[in-house]
Design a protein around this ligand. Structure first.
Ligand code: SAM
Length: 291
């Protein structure tokens, strides 16, 4: 286990580099030595694996990944951390740090270039202010990765991994479940970070499906239907679909009936299969095409 994740060492390294934390960039670094080895192990990192890390910070998780993986590529937005990482990871020849914004970089191209012939996983302690955009970008890009193991806010973990039918289910959990099989691995208390955030955290793993869970007639419409369904939770489903999709309430009600979904149902009670059938029927309503 690396001595890096010790709070004293992290403080010393940061003060040597005159580093001050940026709240705006979600900088809460792990200082609990037991957390990173667990992320690396449960993330399935082994001698043949290529690992993409997002936001290495001072390199505490990167150290654990690099000591197990074939290769690690870490994307860090904050330029000030590059000299820190050069020092903390100097013993490794299998780590490449790229300065940039994970939301801007072409990740499919990066994976093809950096990890040719390797099985690829993603591991990270995510910057919490952009958890959903990052996860959706990783999933929607249909990257050739086996799994995504990330630390997120505890409440976000519950929402992301919510089962259809549960109160926490939403557009995000439906989208995640379409692309992957999610699970919460373990919880991490706020005291495990420097500086300590105001919330506890959890590590989740998304096992990416080879094929999406269902085959909607029109994928873009499928996601519009999901977003519309969840957008106005206090409205009935016909009203929410009508408002969200710009169709008549009668059309929405007819589509629901033909899809076998009760008009009184709430979006969180619908399975992906329900949304898939509903999409076909709304497609028919919109374009008058038989399915
Ligand atoms: N992995 C380190 C750890 O666990 O100690 C740091 C995690 S910290 C929660 C999030 C990291 O993501 C920070 O280093 C921050 O600078 C970086 N970051 C923030 N926004 C980013 C972005 N858009 N692209 C890449 N890195 C980003």
């Amino acid at each position: 286990m690396s001595q890096l994740s010790n709070i004293k060492t992290v403080r010393e390294i940061l003060s040597r580099h005159g580093f001050s934390f940026s709240k705006k960039l979600g900088q809460n670094f792990i200082v609990n030595p037991s957390v990173c080895p667990r992320i690396a192990e449960l993330g399935g990192v082994g001698p043949d694996t290529g690992v993409l890390e997002i936001g290495p910070g001072v390199g505490v998780l990167t150290w654990e990944l690099a000591s197990r993986a074939k290769k690690v590529v870490a994307i860090e937005l904050d330029q000030r951390l590059l000299p820190v990482l050069a020092q903390t990871l100097e013993e490794f020849h299998n780590v490449c740090v790229i300065q940039g914004d994970v939301l801007q970089i072409d990740l499919a191209d990066l994976i093809q270039r950096e990890f040719a012939g390797m099985e690829v996983v993603i591991c990270a302690n995510l910057p919490y202010y952009i958890t959903s955009p990052i996860l959706m970008r990783l999933l929607e890009s249909k990257l050739p990765v086996r799994s995504i193991t990330v630390m997120v806010q505890k409440e976000a973990a519950v929402r992301i991994c919510a089962q259809p039918g549960s109160r926490q289910a939403g557009a995000l959990s439906a989208a995640v479940r379409y692309y992957a099989q999610p699970q919460i691995l373990f919880q991490v208390s706020r005291g495990s970070f420097l500086p300590a955030p105001e919330v506890d955290s959890a590590v989740i793993r998304l096992d990416v499906r080879q094929q999406p869970a269902v085959s909607p007639r029109d994928e873009a419409l499928f996601f519009r239907v999901i977003r519309a369904g969840f957008s106005q939770r206090r409205k009935t489903l016909p009203n929410a679909l009508s408002a969200g999709l710009g169709i008549d309430k009668a059309q929405a009600a007819a589509a629901l009936e033909r899809a076998g979904v009760p008009a009184t149902a709430r979006a969180e009670q619908l399975t992906l299969e329900d949304f898939c059938r509903l999409t076909s029927q709304i497609f028919e309503e919109l374009f008058h095409k038989k399915v």
